[in-house]
Design a protein around this ligand. Structure first.
Ligand SMILES: [Zn+2]
Length: 492
């Protein structure tokens, strides 16, 4: 990371970074938060608007119940306490893309508080990052500064985004490294995707992140002055922006300067942050309770229904799948990368004779071939049903693992699903007992030392003999029969 100047590790180690993150998430409701306009990305400019969301005089907001359901679900998923009574407030500021002159948000009585999510740390353990609050608010419109012939002189406005329902999730200043920030965001996004409340699409702005960062001498309790890094559009860039910002602040302090409380913008091309404007103080917004909306009261029944809707969350699902399918952490992570994929895998695996085999084939055989071709899972020629068939054939010994590999090679080569390939190419199998026995005899005769070891009690060597015979049969010996005959011969 290009810092203003390279600082020695000794100097860096003298300081402790303190990071807090503010994440804005657009909710996947059909309509906006206070009116019936479509909540949709990519429409023609200023087509999804009405007197309410563009703030014409006299227009009154009506709260979208679905937005409240989603905000509650998200709150529960990040372990927040949901307040049975919360208050909408006006946050007053002037900006061209905010035609009302205020944003309806929540201030001192948010819908949820005191949550946490767990992140892995550098030393292999986990750490809880506190979540101060989750509040509901409406999004503003968009100023378009370029793309028009007169863009040098004018700014255009697209108000379609006005009134899009948002949750703002504010973390405690518990994060200590850019890597922890990256993990926090990754986990948070994964949890939100699992609950289905947002598509978390960063390119389309459904998930946006601001980071507050300061440094303090290690051992000092008092926080340093923080800078806010605004609107960075990928988690990788946030990590890079934090790395840059931490070094910039340390260098400033070391050279006798003071960190200014300000907003800064990340420039990805240059790999540095720039001062944007001095940070407004919270009281500049002149918050007051929104007079056009009553307090938001959530009944115990409403909360109970949301609790019941909560899906199994990624971390819990991984832990269960690790034991159920005998997976390692990395494989469990691959299988649970999205809820939809994990659902499809588990639905298929449960129909197989041995679900672990389905996981195995999917991860090693299919995953390996997809990687080699640079393909995503959704472009795999082999369906989940195809994988189940392959797993069952392998499980019952109808095909050997070598034959399976050959069939999968054909499937990927011709971009055909496994069942079709299997039907056509059904491998020849040697099921003739005497033919297999003859091959076993040869292998036994050629490996007297291993036979001796086996008979002395090293029974795991059976696998060695099975492998040798399978090789001799060019992978065509019926595996079940082969296993059985090898044991018989060796015991005999
Ligand atoms: Zn509207």
């Amino acid at each position: 990371m290009p810092a203003a100047a390279a600082l020695s590790p000794d100097i860096l180690a003298k300081y402790e970074p303190v990071i807090g993150l503010e994440v804005h998430v657009q909710l996947l409701t059909a309509t906006k938060i206070f009116c019936g306009c479509a909540n949709k990305f990519g429409s023609d400019p200023n087509t999804n608007i009405c007197p309410v969301c563009i703030g014409l005089p006299g227009a009154l907001p009506v709260l979208n119940e679905k937005a409240v359901e989603f905000a509650t679900l998200a709150s529960l998923a990040i372990n927040c306490t949901v307040n049975p009574r919360s208050i909408f407030a006006r946050k007053n500021y002037f900006y061209p893309d905010l035609p009302k002159g205020y944003q309806i948000s929540q201030y001192d009585k948010p819908i949820a508080e005191h949550g946490w999510i767990e992140v892995p740390t550098a030393n292999g353990s986990t750490k809880k990052i506190g979540i101060t609050r989750l509040h509901m608010e409406e999004d503003a419109g968009k100023s378009i500064h370029d793309g028009f012939s007169d863009s040098a002189k004018r700014t255009y406005l697209d108000l379609n985004r006005c009134g899009t329902p948002l949750c703002e999730i504010v973390s405690e200043p518990d994060i200590r490294t850019p890597d922890e920030a990256f993990e926090y965001l990754t986990r948070l996004k994964e949890i939100l995707l699992y609950t289905g409340v947002s598509d978390c699409n960063m390119e389309e702005g459904s998930l946006r992140c601001d980071a507050n960062v300061s440094v303090r001498p290690r051992g000092q309790e008092k926080f340093g002055t923080k800078a806010e890094v605004k609107n960075v559009n990928s988690f990788k860039f946030i990590r890079a922006a934090l790395e840059y910002e931490i070094e910039r602040q340390i260098e400033l302090i070391e050279s006798g300067g003071r960190v200014a409380q300000e907003s800064r913008l990340w420039n990805a091309d240059e790999g540095r942050t720039y001062s944007m404007r001095s940070k407004e103080q919270a009281h500049d917004y002149r918050y007051f309770p929104e007079p056009d909306l009553p307090p938001l009261i959530l009944s115990p029944e409403f909360l109970e229904r949301r609790r019941a809707e909560l899906p199994e969350l990624p971390e819990a699902r991984r832990a269960r799948m690790i034991s159920e399918y005998d997976l390692n952490e990395k494989d469990a992570r691959t299988l649970t990368a999205s809820r939809e994929f994990a659902d499809r895998f588990e639905a298929a695996a449960r129909t197989a004779k041995n679900p672990r085999r389905v996981a195995n084939i999917l991860l090693s055989e299919i995953g390996g071939r997809l990687n080699a071709l640079g393909l995503e899972q959704e472009h795999s020629p082999v369906s989940m049903a195809g994988i189940v068939l392959a797993a069952d054939l392998l499980e019952t010994g109808v095909i050997s693992s070598k034959q399976l590999k050959g069939l999968l090679d054909i499937a990927f080569d011709k971009r055909e699903d496994f069942p079709a390939v299997y039907e056509r190419e059904k491998p020849q199998q040697i099921t003739d007992t005497s033919a297999i026995e003859a091959m076993i005899d040869e292998v036994i005769a050629a490996n007297p030392k291993q036979v001796e070891q086996y008979r002395a009690g090293k029974t795991t060597l059976a696998g060695f003999f099975v492998g040798q015979v399978m090789k001799a049969s060019k992978g065509q010996a019926n595996p079940a029969l082969l296993n059985q005959l090898v044991t018989k011969k060796l015991e005999g």
